[in-house]
Design a protein around this ligand. Structure first.
Ligand SMILES: NC(=O)c1ccc[n+]([C@@H]2O[C@H](COP(=O)([O-])OP(=O)(O)OC[C@H]3O[C@@H](n4cnc5c(N)ncnc54)[C@H](OP(=O)(O)O)[C@@H]3O)[C@@H](O)[C@H]2O)c1
Length: 230
């Protein structure tokens, strides 16, 4: 299951995983167009759900969707919580509304998804969170976003303890892979020890590694080309 599996890194993960998994993908927008589905997968391989972090009925919608999957005999072998936003928010511009909006999608939504999904995950499944290398050194122009990811970083070992031994929990602290529009890719690459951006394939490998590592839980894997050691 990929929460936020329609665009960008979520889509790249979906295309990779579709090689050997049936998928459940969520998006904040209604689905409908089969051409958006990953890797030539057929309708039988991909189920789509409409989960919007801002929907006041989100929790009941999630429960109803997960019960329907259960009734259809779908077992979730793992879940990756991808959805997020990356808003610039310089100090001095913060408002209650802007902070709430940033934390709603980047913190509240993944926590509610984790709570809804955990009881539906198969024995030994891994629940994975996409974090940010900002959990090591916060982005100063995006501090509210960094705070949300820091909150999720705290949730990883906490949920690992709550959900063990049935379900494992892993976070990925990502450096720049698909940089935000308008950012300087050359500069971002220069900030890493390896002098390059990450690629979606780097993330796919890490997600598969976590899913396939039955003795791994409660950890955050940093995938940032060594940026945090500069
Ligand atoms: N890209 C990078 O280099 C990078 C670096 C560090 C960390 N990360 C983390 O990796 C994850 C994926 O990043 P990304 O760059 O691929 O995508 P992104 O632009 O951060 O968005 C991820 C997904 O969030 C979903 N989303 C947006 N608003 C939503 C809402 N209201 N309710 C539910 N879902 C919503 C979007 O899907 P829909 O529009 O289909 O709903 C989108 O595909 C994020 O958590 C991000 O913080 C990415």
């Amino acid at each position: 299951m990929l929460v936020g599996g329609r665009r960008r890194l979520g889509k790249a993960l979906a295309e990779d995983l579709a090689r050997d998994h049936d998928l459940v993908l969520t998006s904040s927008r209604p689905w409908g167009n089969a051409t958006e589905w990953p890797g030539g997968a057929t309708r039988a391989q991909v189920r789509t759900l409409h989960w919007d972090a801002t929907d006041p009925e989100l929790v009941s919608r999630m429960m109803a969707d997960l019960e329907a999957l259960d009734r259809a005999g779908v077992t979730l072998s793992g879940a990756v919580l991808v959805a997020g936003t990356f808003p610039e928010a310089p100090f001095g511009t913060w408002s209650r509304e802007s902070l709430d909006a940033t934390w709603q999608i980047n913190l509240t939504f993944p926590l509610l998804c984790a709570q809804a999904l955990a009881p539906r995950l198969a024995e030994g499944a891994c629940l994975q969170f996409l974090l940010d290398t900002s959990v090591h050194t916060p982005w100063l122009q995006r501090l509210p976003y960094s705070v949300a990811k820091g909150g999720l970083a705290t949730a990883v070992p906490g949920l690992a303890r709550l959900l063990a031994p049935k379900v494992r929990v892993v976070g990925h602290a990502l450096g720049a892979i698909l940089p935000a529009e308008g950012s300087d890719a050359g500069f971002l690459a220069e900030q890493t020890l390896l002098k390059r951006l990450g690629t979606p394939a780097d993330l796919c490998r890490a997600v598969r590694f976590a899913a396939d590592s039955p003795f791994l839980t409660g950890e955050i894997l940093t995938l940032d080309g060594g940026r945090r050691w500069r």
